[in-house]
Design a protein. Structure first.
Length: 83
């Protein structure tokens, strides 16, 4: 992962920051991307979630989001597209 800020070119980068939201009774939930598996199937439908993480520049405050497994997301998307 690139540890140089795309905005100011600083190397003061913090990676792996959790992005959360407070749910019922203040339970923390990780924000995530969700994609359907087998969206056209009658049975065995489901979703796959990918937790969002952040990379923060401590010089200019720029925040970038990312997921740890983008290739898996791409494969799931391609499988859905081709079914």
């Amino acid at each position: 992962m690139n540890t140089i800020c795309n905005n100011c070119k600083s190397n003061k980068i913090v990676t792996g920051v959790r992005i959360t939201d407070l749910g019922e009774v203040n339970v923390k939930n990780d924000l995530s991307l969700e994609i359907y598996k087998n969206p056209d199937a009658l049975f065995f439908k489901g979703t796959t979630r990918y937790k969002l993480k952040a990379k923060v520049c401590c010089s200019c405050g720029t925040v970038e989001t990312y997921i740890d497994n983008p290739e898996e997301l791409w494969r799931t998307y391609q499988n859905n597209k081709n079914s």
